[in-house]
Design a protein around this ligand. Structure first.
Ligand code: C5P
Length: 220
C-alpha cells in the first residue's frame, strides 16, 4: 500500500444509526442505513489507510483487508469503541446518526400494555464527536451536519463548537440527499471556513470527494 495517498495513515469512521433500548425487545432508532460511512471506509481502505469502522446496527457488511469492522448497538457503546481507538488515529470521520436521547431506565422485562397513555423518560446520550474534539491531539477530525434551516450558519457553529477540522453539510432541501437514498449532495467546510459545494452524486463518488478534501489538507 506504499505510494497511495493514505499509506501509513490510521482512520476511524463511525457509521449507521444507534439503537437505544426501552426493554429487552424494543428500542428507539432512526432510518440511517450506514451507507455513507461504509463508502467512506471502503474508499479510505482503497487509498491505503488502515481503517477502524465502528458501526451501529445495519444490514451492510464489508470485506476488505484493511478494514476492521466493530459492530455496536447504542450511543454509549459507540462512544466507548471510539475512545478505545482514538489516541492512535490520524483521521476521524463521524458519519453515524447517533441518537441524541435514550430511555432513562431500561425495563428488565418486556413492558406490558395497559389502558391510557404511557410515557418514556429520556436522557441525553454522550456527544461522541464533541468528546473527540475536546480530546483532540493531532487527529484531523471531520463531522457531518444534517440541517433543515440556516444550514451554513449551523454547520459553521458545529465546526467551531466541536473543534472540528472539517464538516460535511448534507442539504435536505436538495432532492436525493440525505438518509437512505443512494445519492447525496454535500458542502464541505474547513476550519478556515473555506466552503466547497458539490453536485448531486452517488455515495461512492461523494466519499471520493470527501477524501480528496481531507487528503489535500493533511498533506498541506
Ligand atoms: O450536533 P449534531 O448531532 O447535529 O452533530 C452531528 C455530528 O455529530 C455527526 O458527525 C454525528 O456523527 C456526530 N454526533 C456524535 N454523537 C452524538 C451526536 C452526534 O458523534 N451523540
Amino acid at each position: 500500500a506504499k505510494g497511495l495517498p493514505l499509506s501509513g495513515k490510521k482512520v476511524l469512521i463511525t457509521a449507521g444509526p444507534t439503537h437505544e433500548a426501552i426493554d429487552p425487545v424494543r428500542f428507539l432508532g432512526n432510518r440511517s442505513t450506514g451507507t455513507m460511512g461504509f463508502e467512506l471506509a471502503k474508499k479510505a481502505g482503497d487509498l491505503g489507510a488502515k481503517v477502524v469502522l465502528v458501526s451501529g446496527p445495519t444490514h451492510l457488511s464489508i470485506d476488505h483487508n484493511s478494514i476492521q469492522l466493530i459492530r455496536v448497538t447504542s450511543a454509549q457503546e459507540m462512544y466507548e469503541a471510539c475512545h478505545n481507538y482514538y489516541a492512535d488515529m490520524d483521521v476521524v470521520i463521524c458519519a453515524a446518526a447517533v441518537a441524541d436521547y435514550r430511555p432513562k431506565y431500561i425495563a428488565a422485562e418486556k413492558v406490558k400494555k395497559k389502558e391510557g397513555e404511557m410515557f418514556i423518560e429520556l436522557e441525553r446520550t454522550p456527544d461522541i464527536l464533541m468528546s473527540l474534539g475536546e480530546n483532540k491531539k493531532n487527529q484531523f477530525l471531520v463531522g457531518f451536519a444534517l440541517e433543515t434551516q440556516n444550514e451554513l450558519e449551523n454547520a459553521k457553529g458545529k465546526l467551531k463548537r466541536k473543534h472540528l477540522d472539517g464538516i460535511v453539510l448534507n442539504s435536505l432541501k436538495d432532492n436525493g440527499a440525505g438518509f437512505g437514498g443512494s445519492t447525496n449532495k454535500i458542502t464541505f467546510i474547513d476550519k478556515n471556513l473555506e466552503i466547497k459545494t458539490f453536485d448531486l452524486k452517488t455515495k461512492p463518488e461523494v466519499a471520493s470527494d470527501i477524501w480528496q478534501e481531507i487528503i489535500s489538507r493533511i498533506h498541506a
